[in-house]
Design a protein around this ligand. Structure first.
Ligand code: ATP
Ligand code: MG
Length: 393
């Protein structure tokens, strides 16, 4: 195992996620799953591992939706992949072939979709629906079970909203929900939704356009945690060994602790130690951490944590910054009352709005909340970065 921060990992190097993935497969038995997490926690790596090593009986279709900008592209992508599966099972999707006017033709190769000008009304919706109906019918006959792994779904929805209007983005969500809830397709249509921006942001902006539905509340919400300290230490030890970096006995757990268990940052620290040709001891780990956190080119891609605040909390940036500054300095968990006072002293006067803001900041992984309802700055490494970047030390 070699440190490769940001690279697409060989599946065998996706470390410490077996238990989490086993839970996901169990959840998928009965329901579709929405996977949420802070950026760079390792969501895509989890999807890759699921796609490469499915539980027996499952047949994953892994789709990266980042480059998809229209509802028709999405429906066609799903259709093309389902068609390939059906061909592999020596089955036919009669409804979808009929809809596309291809029934009776040579449908073994890639499907030909009609050009835009020849598309019928409701083209993408009908294509998506007939495709899933065919899939559910034929997978039962083939004793298979497909699960769609949709990465970057929020990006796609944002792109569709921008290009085709909010209405279409809402209809995509509603159509998927209808298929999940339908008596004919619901039992056989499973998906994992995930992405690097929280779906609640997209839903929030759709709601501003009058969207009232709850299109994902039928799905099981699963949060991807950072690695447990001992697991992150195991990853650090494996990478140090793989990269031939001489290490003190305590080095792996020190790296796990400093990085808050984020595999991405564990990878970065070991990578830097290897480049520096330095042994992994407390001094060098600290030095490398400081360098990573202060380098102007932001190698660990942390700055988005600050720069997205303006977009995430329009008109409330000042209060969010005040709350985070306060939480970053605090040495113990903070009560809600204390954070409400902090926001008030920054100029916000409405308690309810501040409560809502705190709720969103927890959803966006800025704040953690303990079982007594008290708040902390969620991640140690991001907290260190915040303190350095904001000059709070
Ligand atoms: N389980 C893991 N074991 C080892 N390294 C990992 C693991 N998960 C993530 N990483 C490291 O973190 C990097 C980012 O992981 P990944 O792309 O899966 O995160 P992500 O949550 O999908 O990020 P984003 O929010 O930007 O989409 C990987 O390139 C790899 O270096
Ligand atoms: Mg990702």
């Amino acid at each position: 195992m070699k440190a490769a921060p940001g690279a697409q990992l060989p599946v065998k190097d996706v470390f410490g996620r077996d238990g989490f993935i086993a839970r996901l497969w169990r959840a998928l038995e009965t329901n579709s799953v929405r996977m949420e997490a802070e950026r760079r926690v390792g969501k895509t790596s989890i999807l890759h591992k699921m796609a490469a090593e499915p539980l027996p009986g499952w047949d994953p279709v892994s789709l990266d939706l980042e480059q998809v900008h229209s509802a028709a592209e999405f429906a066609e992508m799903v259709c093309e992949n389902v068609h390939q599966r059906l061909v592999g099972w020596k089955k036919q999707g009669k409804r979808l072939l009929h809809f596309l006017g291809l029934l009776g033709g040579a449908e073994v190769g890639p499907i030909k979709f009609p050009p835009k000008k020849d598309r019928s009304e409701n083209y993408w919706k009908t294509l998506l629906t007939t495709t899933i109906e065919d899939l559910v019918e034929q997978q039962a006959a083939s004793d298979k079970r497909v699960v769609f792994l949709f990465d970057e779904m929020p990006w796609m929805l944002a792109a569709i909203a921008k290009r085709e209007g909010e209405q279409t983005a809402m209809e995509v969500l509603d159509t998927l929900r209808t298929l999940r809830q339908s008596a004919t397709t619901g039992q056989g249509f499973r998906m994992v939704l995930c992405g690097s921006i929280g779906l609640h942001h997209i839903l929030g902006s759709l709601r501003q356009q009058g969207y009232k539905n709850e299109p994902v509340n039928d799905m099981t919400l699963v949060e991807v945690p950072p690695l447990e300290p001992s697991v992150a230490a195991g990853l650090a030890a494996g990478l140090l060994e793989g990269d031939g970096v001489a290490a003190d006995e305590a080095a792996p757990s020190l790296i796990a602790d400093r990085t808050g268990g984020y595999p991405y940052y564990v990878q970065w620290v070991v990578y830097e130690l290897r480049l520096d040709g330095q042994p992994a001891n407390a001094d060098n780990i600290d030095r490398v951490m400081k360098k990573l956190l202060t380098a102007p080119h932001d190698p660990c891609d942390i700055r988005h944590f600050r720069s997205r605040i303006d977009g995430y909390y329009p008109k409330a940036e000042k209060f969010v910054l005040a709350v985070l500054d306060h939480a970053a300095r605090a040495s113990a968990p903070l009560s809600q009352a204390e954070l409400i006072n902090v926001a008030k002293s920054a100029g916000d006067t409405d308690d309810e709005q501040i409560r809502e803001l705190l709720r969103l900041m927890a959803l966006d992984h800025y704040l953690g909340r303990d079982t007594d309802g008290r708040y902390t700055f969620r991640n140690t490494l991001l907290r260190q970065w915040w303190i350095l970047d904001r000059g709070l030390n």
